[in-house]
Design a protein around this ligand. Structure first.
Ligand SMILES: *Cc1c(COP(=O)(O)O)cnc(C)c1O
Length: 376
């Protein structure tokens, strides 16, 4: 059995370090905004190459807080991709603004910059590309268009800590970057946690207030903010893991390289985009008869997952936006074809070989219609 992700494997490998870090927090007792939170902010800012990093309670909050800081709300539009985790568009809707979708580039699964300009009007107050699966969006093109229209760019970098675009890190490519430390992300907490990076001092100042109920001086509130703090315990855990992140990322990249070789004949892997350093939060292949392949893999004891089966423009909660099936054909095709395979750093090369062999066999069998209703 090889699950899609086995978080316990990583925990076991660094258990002594984690126990010691947790014990230190229990001993000093500063559970809210303790010294580990400040240290993690400094370390993440340095890691991403930005002046500031502001910790918050989740990646979802990390996407929403910049919108709040920029006073984006009812009547405003924010442009993003429909092929992403719900939180991206959810944050836009939660501040009362309207998500406006642009289809993806099928070669990268990321927002297609060639379709961006067509949706820009005077009400668009931000553009929010997503670095999906750990690969940076086409930031040069997106920034060029955004700059020409004077619109800020917020990177949803939740899946992309350490990813690079033309030598610069995710989170330093726009006005600000939003990160998630959800357990399945490359740097994962033992619970929820998030971070926002920026080079903009004024934005950093507002974010620092907004995540503690809009106050700088205790019980004096300049803004209406919220409680979105990162726990000291989670920060201590993340500091331990951050020390291993580069090694883990290199192992993920090595796993991806092995898959690329082993799966070359199956023709299911997208070509590598050389302008971007992919950190492989997910290794996602494209297959016809995807649901059949997923079932065959499960029968062989191999976990896989569909990120994401329903594009956001077709979600029930966004019915009111007026989109319909067919509006974003590449996002819809991706939703029917994508399958993410195990990629975590702890996988052995023997396991990678078994998975690749099973994927190759399953794609052939699925086409033959074994175990289902496919056709030869
Ligand atoms: C994980 C994720 C988020 C949200 O992060 P949480 O920490 O789960 O709230 C937002 N956007 C994307 C693209 C994500 O993958």
């Amino acid at each position: 059995m090889i699950p899609l992700i086995d978080i316990r494997r990583q925990t076991a490998a660094i258990r002594n370090e984690l126990d010691a870090a947790i014990a230190r927090v229990l001993d000093h007792g500063q559970f809210i905004l303790g010294p580990e939170v400040r240290e993690l902010e400094a370390r993440i800012a340095a890691y991403c190459g930005t002046r500031f990093a502001i910790a918050c309670a989740s990646g979802s909050d990390a996407v929403m807080l910049p919108l709040m800081a920029m006073e984006i709300g009812p009547g405003d539009k924010v442009v993003t991709t429909p092929f992403t985790f719900f939180a991206t568009a959810g944050a836009i809707a939660r501040v009362g603004a309207t998500p406006v979708f642009v289809d993806i580039d099928p070669a990268t699964f990321n927002l297609n910059p060639q379709q961006l300009e067509a949706v820009i009007d005077g009400n668009v107050k931000a553009i929010m590309p997503v670095h999906l699966f750990g690969q940076c969006a086409a930031m040069a093109e997106i920034n060029e268009i955004a700059g020409r229209h004077g619109i800020p760019v917020i990177e949803d970098a939740a899946q992309a800590l350490g990813a690079e675009y033309r030598g610069k890190r995710a989170g330093s490519l726009g006005l600000c970057g939003s990160f998630s430390f959800f357990p399945s992300k490359n740097l994962g907490a033992c619970g929820d946690a998030g971070m926002i990076t920026t080079n903009d001092p004024a934005l950093a100042e507002r974010l620092k207030m907004l995540h503690v109920h809009g106050s700088k001086v205790r019980y004096c509130h300049e803004l209406v903010g919220m409680n979105s703090r990162l726990d000291t315990l989670q920060a201590a855990i993340l500091l331990v893991k951050l020390g291993h992140l580069d090694e883990w990322t290199e192992r993920r990249r090595a796993n991806a390289t092995a898959y690329r070789e082993l799966l070359a004949a199956a023709d299911v892997v997208l070509p590598e985009d050389k302008s971007s350093r992919h950190i492989y939060n997910q290794f996602t292949i494209r297959v016809k008869n995807r649901d059949e392949v997923k079932k065959l893999l499960a029968a062989a004891g191999i976990g896989s997952e569909i990120y994401y089966p329903l594009p956001l423009h077709l979600q029930e909660c966004f019915k009111g936006l007026g989109y319909k099936a067919g509006d974003f054909p590449e996002s819809e095709r991706a939703a029917n074809e994508v399958l993410s395979l195990p990629i975590e750093e702890g996988l052995s090369s023997a396991e990678i070989a078994v998975i690749a062999e099973s994927v190759t066999a399953a794609t052939i069998d699925a086409l033959k219609g074994f175990g289902g209703h496919g056709e030869v």
